[in-house]
Write a protein that binds this ligand. Sequence first.
Ligand SMILES: NC(=O)c1ccc[n+]([C@@H]2O[C@H](COP(=O)([O-])OP(=O)(O)OC[C@H]3O[C@@H](n4cnc5c(N)ncnc54)[C@H](O)[C@@H]3O)[C@@H](O)[C@H]2O)c1
Length: 457
Amino acid sequence: MPSGLSRRDVLKVFGATVGGTFFQFSSWARNENGEPLILPDEILQQPLARPVTAITLGAGSRGNVYGNYAVEYPGQLDIVGVAEPIPVRNERYAQKHKIEEARRFNTWEDVFKQPKFADAVIITTPDDLHYGPCMAALKMGYDVLLEKPISPSEKECRDILALSKKTGRIVAVCHVLRYAPYFIKLRELMQSGAIGEVVSVQHFEPIEHTHMSHSYVRGNWHNSKQTTPIILAKSCHDLDIIKWMIDKPSKQIQAFGDLKWFKKENAPEGSTARCTDGCRVEAECPYSALRIYYRNRSRVRVFDMPDDKEQHAAHIMEKLKTTNYGRCVYRMENDQCDHYVCNIQFADNVTAAFSMEAFTSYEGRRTRIMGSMGDIVGDMSSFVLTDFRTGKKTEWKQESDAHGGGDWRLVADWVQAVSKQDASLLSSTIDASIESHVMCFAAEKSRMGNTVEGVRL
Ligand SMILES: NC(=O)c1ccc[n+]([C@@H]2O[C@H](COP(=O)([O-])OP(=O)(O)OC[C@H]3O[C@@H](n4cnc5c(N)ncnc54)[C@H](O)[C@@H]3O)[C@@H](O)[C@H]2O)c1
């Protein structure tokens, strides 16, 4: 870039046009990172004769992201039941949605012991608790909003698909990126011929180093065998969005990846089992739990913070002394890869290269799309399309949250689909989502066996 010029100036110099979409943020609802959620367009929320009623199974981070939609748009969605074993979460959720006592349950199994009492269920339980509730819900005639991954087992994913077909119920998989205006626009441009014939895609998922330590070293997904390998737990969104944008069948996949850094042999001298145990390198460690949670107050939603702010410091300290979130990142029982690369061959020899990286200072996906007549370079909040024929550059911009505004747009479409009993209003039905899950299973097989795997549907 010429010195002294901003990117916008450069675009002006090159005769570029700037387009974009500007969205409003919720004044109160936040995602699990604490970022305000982007509100969906009104057009996605056609008035309904009555709101869709739903029961939330798992009132943790994601259960609240989706449930909060009902608070913002009570004419669209009404949460009428909850299953959640952690008392404070169950209590807060029930209060927020005014759920009657008889419809508050400890565990998902209890919900299905009752006669059907809602249109749908929202499944936001941990990864290994998706299959049971989803199969039970379909058997009882509920429509479903199902968090990804569909299931840690390929067979179970296929079972859910088969039962949804047999029962004719709607299962929307929470591939939220498909609802993000950024990816919708990219796909539209790729399919319109704006860059000629699409030849290849490079897609990059920078996790950000403290996010990695929080979720995949200390947190819920630190052990791939107890949950799911990171390619499913984190990057199934990415293989899915690559597949969705290219919109051709995937043929072959090959992956490499490893856990390189968060291991016992890398523990610095003077470090201790917990960051609170007098670790001698705590002050300079970027992964220090005291730095992340106690001093920066980052990602503390996971601690179910008390309402009284005066109690926050003591509450966080207690969590650091008693939960995995206070443990040294080099001394966990973690096994998730901290770098993972994957090549995919699609029909017509279109190729995609995907890379997931823990060691970045930033989050947000990066995409490069190469076509015969142009290319697109984007970072989820903006992209630039260059037309090789004219040299013209076109920039598109939007405000972004971690999922590019996809969270509530997914719920908006799902509510309409359930209300109208029309699955075609969704872009991530289980039917449309299964292939990218099969790609993830094949990638993991390739990584473990050092093979190139065919993708068989
Ligand atoms: N779509 C996305 O971008 C996205 C982002 C993060 C997580 N996820 C997925 O969403 C799911 C939930 O993740 P989360 O971050 O909300 O986790 P979380 O731990 O915050 O929430 C899960 C909740 O389920 C509850 N639970 C456990 N056993 C239960 C049972 N038997 N019955 C009912 N509830 C039970 C837990 O107590 C917890 O409150 C996971 O599968 C995760 O992989 C998806």
